[in-house]
Design a protein around this ligand. Structure first.
Ligand code: URA
Length: 255
């Protein structure tokens, strides 16, 4: 990747964009063993060597955070009036964003990154990425309701949800369940239960694709994804790519 020297340094927390411009002017930056004073020169992040006061600065292209979203915070990059999930992350990166959306009152796993390609893949309906939610309801589910939820319910005109997994945690009470869906329609979980006349009173996302919420994270806390999770994500994306390819092939053959 080729990026401007000042962005390279600001992304790597050497300083704000204004500060790094001053640092560059002061001759404290070397690129491939030559002092440079022009902030706009392009750096090849893979091949160029950048030194700040003779110390190498390595470029990390993507950042990945797992946030345990608290209630009362909106899932947005910025908002004029309200605090957003990004206000909880202290990173100098300006290009971070949440992957997908949880409602203001929903808590739990939210992935935050600046990797647009990965986000696009995880959110694409074609990829069938599992989203697992812990749900508490205002009243018990009957067997019939459970069956409907598993098979698909109508949440709006001409929209029937795809088959879902439903696990009852507190039989015979049936008010605490785990629902796994592959779609991600607006307020989908709440609307699925409303379709069987039940109201969601607590909603927590436990899993997103291969990622599981780290139970050590309290509400509002976050951490970087670890190597194992990054590997899992990479493999998961490869698998879903393959699955999509096979489905496409099948569809073309059937036409
Ligand atoms: N479904 C909902 O209804 N709300 C969420 O926040 C996530 C999924």
């Amino acid at each position: 990747m080729n990026i401007r020297l000042d962005k390279f340094l600001a992304d790597m927390s050497v300083g704000t964009r204004t500060e790094v411009k001053k640092i560059i002017k002061a001759g404290r930056i070397q690129v491939n063993n030559k002092v440079v004073r022009d902030s706009s020169i392009k750096i090849n992040t893979e091949n160029d060597q950048v030194l700040f006061d003779n110390t190498p600065v390595l470029y990390i292209e993507y950042e990945y955070y797992m946030l345990n979203k608290p209630a009362g915070i909106i899932t947005a990059v910025s908002d004029l009036k309200e605090s957003t999930v990004l206000n909880l992350i202290s990173s100098v990166r300006k290009d971070l964003f949440p992957v997908g959306r949880l409602d203001r009152d929903t808590v739990g796993l939210l992935l935050i990154t600046n990797n647009g390609e990965l986000a696009h893949r995880l959110l694409s309906p074609k990829k069938h990425v599992d989203k697992k939610y812990y749900v508490e309801l205002d009243a018990s589910l009957t067997q019939e309701m459970c069956q409907k939820l598993r098979e698909g319910v109508s949440i709006e005109k001409n929209v029937i949800t795809a088959p879902a997994k439903l696990e009852i945690l507190d039989a015979p009470d049936c008010k605490r369940v785990v629902l796994t869906i592959q779609e991600g329609r607006f307020h989908q979980v709440k609307r699925m239960f409303l379709a069987v006349e039940r109201k969601v009173v607590f909603l927590k996302r436990m899993e997103f694709g291969p990622l599981k919420l780290d139970e050590n994270l309290k509400y509002g806390e976050y951490r970087r994804l670890n190597e194992k999770e990054l590997k899992l994500l990479e493999e998961y994306i490869k698998d879903t790519d393959m699955e999509e390819l096979c489905t496409r092939e099948l569809c073309t053959r059937e036409l």
